[in-house]
Design a protein around this ligand. Structure first.
Ligand code: FPP
Length: 211
C-alpha cells in the first residue's frame, strides 16, 4: 500500500494522516473487492524493515492495525474472514506488540466462520523471513526440502498462488512481499498513491487475469 506518506505530503499533511487515510481506503477496497467476487485479498500492512521508521510513525501505524483488526462487525457483515501473516509471535526476531497480537487473535477468532473473501494482512512480514522460517520448519520436521514441503510451512499455507500483484504510487520494483507465492503472477502498476487506489484500479488489475 505504497504512497500514504507521499499522498499526505502533497497535501501539506503529516505522513501519519496518509496512513490513516490508507486504512480508510483499505476498508473501502475490501467492500469493492467483495463485490468484484475476489476470493483472496492480501495486503502488506507492515514489513520486517518498517520498524526503523520514526517511533511516532510506527506507533501510529500499529494503532491503525489494532483498529483494522477491530472492525469485526464490518467484516462479518461482508462475510470476510481475516487472516494474518508475519513472524510468528513466539519466534526470537518477532516484534508484534502484545496489544496488536491480541487484536489479531480476536479478529481471526471472531471472523473464522465467514465463508466469503479471505483478507490476509501481512504485519511484521518479510518474504525472505517467511521462506527461511519455512525451510527451518521443514528441516526440524526431518522432511526433504521440496517445493511442496517448503510451501506447507509458509506462514499461511492455505493461501493460493498469487494471480496479480498491485503496485501503487509509481513503484516499479519487486518488494519483499510473497516472493514464493507470486511466481508467474501478473503485475498491475498504477501511479495512484494507495489512499486513491479505487474500484477502477482494482478492475484494471483483475482484467489482467480474468481476461
Ligand atoms: C506505505 O506507505 C504504507 C505502510 C508502510 C504501511 C501502513 C499502511 C497502512 C496504515 C494502510 C492501512 C493498512 C492496514 C493494514 C491498517 P509509505 O509510508 O511507504 O508512503 P510513501 O511510499 O509515500 O513513503
Amino acid at each position: 500500500m505504497d504512497g500514504n506518506g507521499r499522498w499526505a505530503q502533497a497535501r501539506g499533511l503529516p505522513r501519519t494522516d496518509g496512513h490513516t487515510e490508507g486504512e480508510e481506503n483499505l476498508a473501502r477496497l475490501v467492500r469493492i473487492a467483495v463485490r468484484a467476487d475476489v476470493g483472496w485479498l492480501t495486503v502488506f500492512g507492515f514489513s520486517t524493515e518498517n520498524w526503523i521508521r520514526p517511533r511516532p510513525e510506527v506507533r501510529h501505524i500499529l494503532g491503525l492495525h489494532e483498529r483494522l483488526f477491530g472492525r469485526v462487525a464490518e467484516l462479518n457483515e461482508l462475510n470476510v474472514r481475516i487472516q494474518w501473516m508475519g513472524r510468528p509471535f513466539d519466534t526470537p526476531d518477532a516484534r508484534t506488540p502484545k496489544y496488536v497480537q491480541r487484536a489479531i487473535r480476536k479478529a481471526i477468532r471472531d471472523t473464522a466462520a465467514n465463508t466469503g473473501m479471505v483478507l490476509t494482512v501481512a504485519f511484521d512480514y518479510g518474504s525472505r523471513a517467511e521462506i527461511l522460517h519455512a525451510a527451518r520448519q521443514a528441516r526440524v520436521g526431518g522432511q526433504a526440502l521440496t517445493v511442496a514441503s517448503l510451501g506447507a510451512h509458509l506462514y499461511v499455507p492455505e493461501l493460493p498462488p498469487v494471480d496479480v500483484v498491485v503496485r501503487t504510487s509509481g513503484e516499479r520494483r519487486v518488494s519483499n512481499f510473497m516472493l514464493w507465492q507470486s511466481q508467474g503472477a501478473a503485475i498491475s502498476f498504477t501511479a495512484k498513491p494507495w489512499p486513491e487506489f479505487d474500484a477502477e484500479g482494482l478492475h484494471t488489475a483483475l482484467s489482467l487475469v480474468r481476461g
